[in-house]
Design a protein around this ligand. Sequence first.
Ligand code: CA
Ligand code: CA
Length: 213
Amino acid sequence: MNGGVTSRFSNGIAVHGDGSIVSNGTVKANQSAVKLDGNGTISVTGSVSADSVAIDGGDGNQSVYVNASVSAPLAVRLGNGNDTLEIGSDSSIQGAIKLGGGDDIVQIDDHAVVQNTVEGGETDEVNGDSLIIGNGAICREDGQAVANAQGINTLDPNSGTVAYLGQTYTWAEFEHIPAAATCKTASAISTMGASIALILARRTPSTVCRAEA
Ligand SMILES: [Ca+2]
Ligand SMILES: [Ca+2]
């Protein structure tokens, strides 16, 4: 939905069963602002706030994309099931994030603001929970970014905190922290002379590397 929902006494948008929710507006609720009990997808942009849970998933397998301002005591709660949560780069999340039982995956995109601890949950796991920090490409010449990405591989999934691209992330109860940041390919400029590549790199530092990482 593109409009706004304000609910003083109960849920904002609720699907009791399998389904799909797309919320682009402003949702406020007393209990759960956006709720999907069964299997399906939730996509949230705009603003979501609640007195209890902002984004609420039940026992089903939810795939959630958030690129929004989210504020609640429980910002995201996805319950049992194998859930995935991607927190987009423009997100500002205030409140706890709890993935609950099952094998869950959380990806925090570059520069997303996540103020509270992200918890993977410890029950009903087979392969364990995965936390992916960063989605952007990095260049070999950006030594700090490379160091950060390599350092993420050494972090303790069970509990920790890290500063990454100016933001600080704290987590608990995960089993895996793979580094998502990958090198940008320099193949597009591989046939050019090094001086041309350097010029391109200076012109478009965000898209062209002098060398592959
Ligand atoms: Ca779930
Ligand atoms: Ca879990």
